[in-house]
Design a protein around this ligand. Structure first.
Ligand code: PEP
Ligand code: MG
Length: 540
């Protein structure tokens, strides 16, 4: 039995087997084998396993992103069946007596060079594919993982760290908990874990080693511990604790359908944050009054190319329709910093959090922005949609945005495409925006305060840097003053103000926010009923 501790991103207990995720690339060396036929069989088995993985990935892609992405995996599978490839590898084993890892790697390199030299653009592109499939088979042969999750049963994922795009690609039904050696509780991966309602521990001083694969473990988000190979007593105690937590959660369900109102009659809207279309299930189950933050950039992550207008429209339409008239606030693309997708071809930056991200990308690569706005406006015909813009620092930006929005609406009107009445708002997540919120309030219909970034920029603390967590004070008076100032300026101009950063779920501040006059709190679905309980207990 081994016990480790870390920082917990969500209360909750998970019991299950460990699945280690490490992105390992290695170049195999040439070795001689004594039993050549056994080595050929080893290759054959690995090739079949790789093909099985392609089937799973194709199926996942088909469900999540569409037929076109699924085809990539189908093509990879076909390449694994290619006779030139299979023959190349088996000859190197049978004739030269090489080990399978080396034979696959060398054959992959040879074929890739041949494809790269071809005139035809399509064949040219296969050069990278063949390296990809060879790499996958080599990793299977060497018992290394490819940085993704392929499990038949739900597992506790143990990793050094996980990027948002890695996490987004995982099959959520196979996740019990995350345990990471690095990472911070304010990172998007932790936020994603909260939206999935699974325990997540970051900053755990544990060896991320395949020797733990398949070992039983208990992840306890209430005390930030993970226990490997628990003995029967621990297992029984933790199973009991888990049952009590589940029962408390069940008990909260009696609050479904109730108002978010204090004993002295002050009301507040409780909305939900979400990132994936599937999250709507949890939003509805937890009785959110609306969606206060739809992180639309998650539609752009974990794929090879931009989502088309049609793909985005379908996603937004599904969410908006399922919310049946309840407000859905879609935040426009907030890519950059930790949320990266290769096909954006963003330059490496010294300070990505202070860099080319979010609205700065949208205002300089307008075609991306216009495509998204068209998709959102089209979806607005199916329910109640608001749009908010991230990382705003000036009135000029909003005026420019509003100009583009008007263009898009005119375009749709001329094409006879229906759209609804869409409320426009901005996120207040830079100190600049909070400080000029009196001016900004005259330009928009609502503010939503993004406390994750507002805290990062006010305190000059990188939200991703785990070493700075001791300095990270979520209740810092400077942040609270900026929040209060934003609420006052918003109200003075007659617009509503909410919070959609993680601080909204901090129940130690709920009363403070209500006293400040806040109109809305938007939190991971799992916090809605807990906050409702908290709100209903406030006042005399
Ligand atoms: C925030 O910054 O508080 C916010 C809600 O946006 P994100 O966490 O996606 O940066
Ligand atoms: Mg933000």
């Amino acid at each position: 039995m081994e016990k480790y501790t870390g920082k917990s991103a969500l209360r909750g207990i998970a019991i299950g087997r460990i699945y280690v995720i490490r992105e390992e690339n290695f170049t195999p060396s040439a070795e001689k084998v004594s039993d050549r036929e056994a080595e050929v069989t080893r290759f054959e088995n690995a090739r079949l396993e790789a093909m099985r993985q392609m089937d799973i990935l194709a199926e996942e892609a088909r469900k999540k992103v569409g037929e076109e992405e699924a085809m990539i995996f189908e093509v990879h599978k076909m390449m694994m069946e290619d006779l030139d490839f299979i023959e190349g590898v088996t000859l190197k084993i049978r004739d030269d007596g090489h080990n399978a890892e080396y034979a696959v790697d060398a054959t992959g390199q040879e074929l890739s060079a041949i494809f790269a030299a071809m005139e035809d653009e399509y064949m040219n592109a296969r050069s990278a594919d063949i390296l990809d499939i060879a790499g996958r088979i080599v990793r299977i042969l060497a018992g290394l993982s490819d940085g993704s999750l392929h499990s038949d049963e739900p597992v506790i994922v143990l990793a050094d760290d996980l990027t948002p795009s890695q996490t987004i690609q995982m099959d959520k039904s196979k996740l019990l908990a995350f345990v990471t050696k690095n990472g911070s509780a304010n990172s998007h991966t932790a936020i994603l874990a909260r939206s999935l309602n699974i325990p997540s521990l970051v900053n755990v001083d544990i060896d991320v080693d395949h020797r733990y694969d398949g070992h039983m473990a208990v992840v306890d988000g209430t005390d930030g511990s993970v226990i490997l190979d628990p003995d029967e007593d621990i297992l029984a105690a933790k199973t009991g604790a888990k049952k009590r937590l589940d029962e408390a959660m069940e008990q909260l369900k009696t609050l479904i359908g109730q108002d978010n109102v204090t004993k002295d009659g002050r009301r507040i809207n409780l909305y939900a944050n979400m990132g994936n279309v599937e999250d709507v299930d949890k939003v509805l189950q937890n009785d959110a009054g609306g969606i206060g933050l739809f992180r639309s950039e998650f539609l752009y992550l974990g794929r090879d190319d931009f989502p088309t207008e049609e793909e985005q429209f379908e996603a937004y339409k599904e969410v908006v329709s399922r919310m049946s008239g309840k407000k859905v606030i879609i935040r426009t693309l907030d890519i950059g910093a930790d949320k990266k997708a290769d096909y954006f071809k963003l330059d490496a930056e010294e300070n990505p959090a202070l860099g080319y991200r979010a609205i700065r990308i949208c205002l300089t690569r307008e075609e991306i922005f216009r495509t998204q706005l068209r998709a959102i406006y089209r979806a607005s015909a199916f329910g109640t949609v608001s749009i908010m813009f991230p990382m705003i620092i000036s009135v000029e930006e909003i005026r420019k945005i509003k100009g583009i929005v008007e263009d898009v609406k005119r375009e749709l009107f001329n094409e006879n495409i229906r759209f609804g009445d869409v409320e426009l708002g901005i996120m207040i997540e830079t100190p600049a925006a909070a400080l000029v919120s009196d001016e900004l309030a005259k330009e928009v219909q609502f503010f939503s305060i993004g406390t994750n970034d507002l805290t990062q920029y006010t305190l000059a603390i990188d939200r991703q840097n785990q070493k700075l967590e001791p300095f990270y004070d979520a209740h810092h008076p400077a942040v609270l003053k900026l929040i209060e100032m934003t609420i006052q300026n918003g109200h003075a101009a007659g617009i509503w103000v909410g919070i959609c950063g993680e601080l909204a779920a901090d129940d130690a501040l709920t009363e403070t926010f209500i006293n400040m006059g806040l109109d809305e709190l938007s939190v991971s679905p799992t916090y809605i009923l807990r906050l409702r309980e908290k709100i209903r207990a406030i006042g005399q």
